[in-house]
Design a protein around this ligand. Structure first.
Ligand code: SF4
Ligand code: SF4
Length: 346
C-alpha cells in the first residue's frame, strides 16, 4: 500500500521536501525533536489513512478549510495522502455507486478507517430533517461509527451542534458525541476549524495508531490547550491597557488590543494565533477583527459579536505594562518562529 513517501516520489518532490513535511508534522503534533527519526520512518512505511467523511447539517465550510490546508503537505500530496473513500463533495462516484463504494470501504478497512463527521445530527422526527440516500443521518452515523478506528467531529456543528443548534434549534440538532454516547469522539471545533489541525490529527493517528490526548471536552490538548488570548501577538497592548475603541481610530491603526471591540480571545480555546490560516499568513485578529469565539459551544447564541466580555477598568501601571510587553514579545517571537517553520523558512 502507498505511503506518504511514495506519494512524494510519485509527485516528483524531493527527499528534502518530504523531510520538511515530516518535521512540520511532528512540530504541529508537539513531538520532541528526538522523535523525528521515528516520525520519518513511520511516514515511509505506514499506509495512508482511509477516511470516510460524512456530511449532515452543515455548510461544507469545514471541507473547504480542509482542502485549503497546505502548510504541512502540498495540496496535491494532501489529496493523495488522505484516501477519501467517501465524501459527498470530493468523490467521483455518485448515487448508488457512491453508497456502494462506502459500504465496500467500511468492510475492507473495518476497525481501521477514520470516520470524519461534518455537521450536526438531527434525531428528531426519526431523523427526517437530514437524510442521505433515503436513510436518516443518525442511522448512517451509527453504521459508519461501528467499524471506525477513530471518530473525528470537525467543526463547531459536529462538535457542539453549532449554527443548526442555535435557538430555537428547529431540527433538534445535537453534536456527534451526543449521538454516539459511549464512543470516544475527537472534537475539532471552529467555524470552520483550522485545516492544518485536521490534517495533524489524522496524520497523528497514522503515526501512533491512537487518538491524540484530549481535554475534558474531547478536544486535542495540543491545539486547544490554550486560549487565543494566551498566544495573541496583541497581548502586550492588552496588558498595557491600550485598546482600539473603533475600527478606524488611532488605536486600531496602531494595532492595539481589540478587547473593547468585542474580542472573545480570552475565553476561546483554539490555535488560530499560532498556526494561523492560509499557510500561516494571518488570522482574524491580525486582520483587525476581534475573535468571536467560533470554536466555543453556543457561540452563535451568545451573540454580541462586538460587545466586550466586560468593561475594562482603565490601564495598568508602568510595571505591569512593561511585564506585559516582555510576555507579549516572547509570545510574538514563538508565533513568528512557528509561522516561519510552517511557511518553510529555516
Ligand atoms: S462548523 Fe461552521 S464551517 Fe463547519 S459546517 Fe458548521 S457552519 Fe459550516
Ligand atoms: S486582541 Fe483579543 S486575544 Fe488579542 S490580546 Fe486583545 S483581547 Fe486578547
Amino acid at each position: 500500500m502507498e505511503t506518504l513517501y511514495d506519494i512524494y516520489r510519485r509527485r516528483g518532490y524531493s527527499r528534502r521536501d518530504f523531510l520538511k513535511s515530516a518535521l512540520l508534522l511532528s512540530t504541529a503534533l508537539g513531538l520532541s525533536s528526538s522523535m523525528l527519526t521515528d516520525v520519518v520512518r513511520a511516514l515511509e512505511t505506514k499506509p495512508k489513512p482511509v477516511v470516510i467523511w460524512l456530511e449532515f447539517q452543515d455548510c461544507a465550510g469545514c471541507t473547504e478549510s480542509f482542502i485549503r490546508s497546505t502548510s504541512l503537505l502540498p495540496a496535491d500530496v494532501l489529496l493523495d495522502y488522505v484516501s477519501l473513500e467517501y465524501h459527498e463533495i470530493l468523490m467521483a462516484p455518485s448515487g448508488f455507486y457512491a453508497e456502494e463504494s462506502k459500504r465496500e470501504a467500511m468492510e475492507k478497512h473495518r476497525g481501521k478507517y477514520v470516520l470524519i463527521v461534518e455537521g450536526s445530527v438531527s434525531p428528531d422526527r426519526g431523523g427526517a430533517y437530514c437524510t442521505v440516500a433515503g436513510r436518516s443521518n443518525l442511522e448512517l452515523l451509527k453504521e459508519a461509527a461501528e467499524g471506525a478506528g477513530l471518530i473525528i467531529a470537525v467543526g463547531s456543528c459536529a462538535s457542539w451542534g453549532g449554527i443548526p443548534h442555535a435557538y430555537p434549534n428547529p431540527t433538534g440538532a445535537i453534536p456527534v458525541s451526543e449521538a454516539l454516547r459511549g464512543r470516544q469522539v475527537v472534537n475539532i471545533p471552529g467555524c470552520p476549524p483550522i485545516g492544518d489541525v485536521m490534517v495533524s490529527v489524522i496524520a497523528g493517528y497514522v503515526l501512533t495508531g491512537k487518538s491524540p490526548e484530549l481535554d475534558s471536552m474531547g478536544r486535542p490538548k495540543t491545539f486547544y490547550g490554550q486560549t487565543v488570548h494566551d498566544r495573541c501577538y496583541r497581548r502586550p497592548f492588552y496588558n498595557a491597557g491600550r485598546f482600539a475603541s473603533s475600527f478606524d481610530d488611532e488605536g486600531a491603526k496602531k494595532g492595539y488590543c481589540l478587547y473593547r471591540l468585542g474580542c472573545k480571545g480570552p475565553v476561546t480555546r483554539n490555535a488560530c494565533a499560532t498556526i494561523r490560516w492560509n499557510g500561516g499568513i494571518s488570522f482574524p485578529i491580525q486582520s483587525g477583527h476581534p475573535c468571536f469565539g467560533c470554536s466555543e459551544p453556543d457561540f452563535w447564541d451568545r451573540g454580541m459579536i462586538y460587545t466586550p466580555l466586560s468593561v475594562v477598568s482603565g490601564g495598568f501601571g508602568l510595571k505591569e505594562a512593561l511585564a506585559g510587553v516582555a510576555v507579549g514579545t516572547a509570545v510574538g517571537v514563538s508565533v513568528a518562529y512557528m509561522n516561519k517553520k510552517l511557511r518553510g523558512g529555516k
